[in-house]
Design a binder for this molecule. Sequence first.
Ligand SMILES: C[S@@+](CC[C@H](N)C(=O)[O-])C[C@H]1O[C@@H](n2cnc3c(N)ncnc32)[C@H](O)[C@@H]1O
Length: 304
Amino acid sequence: MTEQSAGVLCCPVCGAGMKTAEKILYCTGERKHCYDIASSGYINLLPPGKASNAKTGDDRRMLRARSAFLDTGAYEKFSAEAARLIKEQLDGAGIKNNSGSSKEKSAVFVDAGCGEGYHTLNIARCLAENGISPVPVGLEASKYGAEKAAKRAKAAGDIGKGAVFAAANIFAMPLKSGCADAVVSMFAPAPDAEAARVLKDGGFLIVCSSGSRHLWELRQVLYGEPRLSPPLSRVPEGFELCATSSCSFRLELQNREEIGALFEMTPFFFRCPREGRERLLSLDSLSVGAEAEYKVYKKAYNSI
Ligand SMILES: C[S@@+](CC[C@H](N)C(=O)[O-])C[C@H]1O[C@@H](n2cnc3c(N)ncnc32)[C@H](O)[C@@H]1O
């Protein structure tokens, strides 16, 4: 975490700005609320004392399964498309340089519901390769997920250095109003109102969700006749839809382990019928289509 990335945070208790000192973050409010920076680099910014904190977010098992699958690189194209959309919007919007440098644009992007930071860091890497200096902020309800993300950032070298990963509620983000150029929601609940608050005027929200036939062949094995996933049609208040895109590709799963890893990270793992599960887990290979839809919403000027 750098001063620049810490500078976007605000205290989840009193809303004051935050400063770093050694291994803590403290707020500049009267009460000087303090938050430890864990050795992994993650910060717990879930409001203290909320019983609901313990239950929020995906559980360890799900996060572990997702990491195992994502680490194969199978969903890299989904991150790359999100990064392409961010770059396209930054280029088009002429968003002002945060760093003050005339050479390189810097962009604060928030990955809301970032899981274990896989897409966050991939997006940051793609932006850096395209001449944008990223300030990635990953927020995740699961402490385990935020911690894994921070470890991932450490392993990512320079790209990870400016990143902040916090356990936090995306519906009450511990971020200053108007601090972000982009908010990205990758297969996570979309925090419309909070996105509008933390975005700069003219900033944008990118929502990536499963396409209607995402993992269709896997769903066919599980359910026989699966239903098409409904499209995302609502435009969030305070935003206007400015672009859409999609990304699809095939995954060739070559053995039971690969099929199991994909299955475990989907919601079907918890709710499909037993016979479907048995059918799927007895397969030795599976060719399955992956597809995601992207909506880019621009924040209307003075919308909040
Ligand atoms: C399907 S996962 C996607 C994770 C990641 N974006 C990815 O694509 O790999 C949705 C994530 O949103 C997180 N999440 C759900 N509700 C949340 C909330 N209120 N605040 C923060 N994170 C939340 C979950 O814990 C989970 O990690």
